[in-house]
Design a binder for this molecule. Structure first.
Ligand code: ATR
Length: 285
C-alpha cells in the first residue's frame, strides 16, 4: 500500500480474536484507496476479557467505528448505548459506530449482507415468495431468520441438532418461525425457496447429510462459510442443478453499510474486492 498516513487520517477497524485471517481489512482498505480517502482500516485484537474496556475507550470517535467478529459480538451488544432495530431483532451486533457525542451505536449488517448476496448471485430470488429453511440455531442463524422475517418470508424453518436452541429463536421472532430436528430435515426442506447453512465453521460435511434432493428444483442453496468457497453443501447443490450463493458474497455485502457508516460516503464501484478476497483465500473460483 503506497498511501500516506497523515495527522488527519480517519481510523476504523475490525475487532476479533483471532483477527489475523479476517478479510475485512483487505475489503475496506481497497475501497478506501479506490475512493481516495485519507483513512485506514486496521485489525484489533483486544484481550479476551477486555473488549468492553477497549470499546469504552473509543467513545467520542477516536476510532470512527468497528466491525466486530468472534468472540466479541455479545460484548458489542452489551456496550451499545443505542441499538438499531435490525441489531435488536438479530440479537447481535457486528458494527459499532462511535459518535462524536460520546454514544456508541450498535448495528447489524449481516442481514443486508445475506439478502444482498442472494440478489447478486441468485437474480430474481424473492425472499417473500416462499418458505426458507435455515440450518443451525446460533447467532448467525438468528440473524438470518430475522432478516428473512423482515423481508416478508411467509415461513422461516429452523433445523437444528438441538431443537431447544431453535425454539429460542422462534420465541424471539414470532409465529412465522417453525422448528425442526435434524432427522426431520426432509420435511423442513419440502417446498422451500431457499436453504441456508448457518452452522459454525462449515460443518456440513458428509457427517451431516442434508436431504437437498427434498427441495424443489428452483430452490437456492446458500452457505455462510467461505473456506472453501464451494463447500460440500454447495458442491452437492450444484450437482443437483440448484442455484447457489456463497458466504464470501455475504461477507462483502455486509461490509458495504459498514463502510458507509464509518466514512459517510458510498462504496466506490470501481474496485472488485471479490477478486482480492479470492486471491487472499487461495484463489478458489
Ligand atoms: P454462530 O454464533 O456462528 O452462529 P454458534 O452459536 O456456535 O455459532 O452456533 C453453531 C451452530 O452450529 C449451532 O446451531 C450448532 O448446533 P447445536 O445448537 O446443536 O450446538 C451447529 N453445529 C455445530 N456443529 C454441528 C454439527 N457437527 N452438526 C450439526 N450442527 C452443528
Amino acid at each position: 500500500m503506497s498511501r500516506k498516513i497523515t495527522g488527519a487520517t480517519l481510523v476504523a477497524g475490525v475487532a476479533g480474536s483471532p483477527v489475523r485471517h479476517s478479510l475485512s481489512p483487505i475489503i475496506h482498505n481497497a475501497w478506501i484507496e479506490a475512493a481516495g480517502l485519507d483513512a485506514v482500516y486496521a485489525p484489533f485484537t483486544p484481550p479476551a476479557e477486555g473488549f468492553r474496556r477497549f470499546a469504552e475507550g473509543l467513545r467520542g470517535g477516536a476510532v470512527r467505528g468497528l466491525n466486530v467478529t468472534v468472540p466479541f459480538k455479545e460484548d458489542a451488544l452489551a456496550v451499545s448505548d443505542d441499538l438499531s432495530e435490525r441489531a435488536a431483532a438479530a440479537g447481535a451486533v457486528n458494527l459499532l459506530v462511535f459518535g462524536e457525542d460520546g454514544r456508541i451505536r450498535g448495528d447489524n449488517t449481516d442481514g443486508v449482507g445475506l439478502l444482498g448476496a442472494f440478489a447478486a448471485q441468485a437474480p430474481g430470488f424473492d425472499p417473500a415468495a416462499g418458505p426458507v429453511v435455515i440450518v443451525g440455531a446460533g447467532g448467525a442463524a438468528r440473524g438470518a431468520a430475522a432478516a428473512f422475517v423482515e423481508a416478508g418470508a411467509p415461513e422461516v424453518r429452523i433445523v437444528n441438532r438441538t431443537v431447544a436452541k431453535a425454539e429460542l429463536i422462534a420465541e424471539a421472532l414470532g409465529p412465522k418461525v417453525r422448528t425442526y430436528a435434524l432427522d426431520a430435515a426432509a420435511d423442513a426442506f419440502a417446498g422451500v425457496s431457499a436453504v441456508i447453512n448457518a452452522t459454525s465453521a462449515g460443518l456440513l460435511d458428509a457427517s451431516l447429510d442434508l436431504p437437498l434432493e427434498a427441495t424443489p428444483p428452483a430452490a437456492v442453496v446458500m452457505d455462510m462459510t467461505y473456506k472453501p468457497l464451494v463447500t460440500p453443501l454447495l458442491a452437492r447443490a450444484k450437482e443437483l442443478d440448484r442455484r447457489t450463493v456463497d458466504g464470501l458474497e455475504m461477507l462483502i455485502r455486509q461490509a458495504v453499510p459498514s463502510f458507509e457508516a464509518f466514512f459517510g460516503r458510498p462504496v466506490p464501484t470501481s474496485m472488485d474486492v471479490r477478486a482480492l478476497c479470492l486471491a487472499a483465500i487461495g484463489g478458489q473460483a
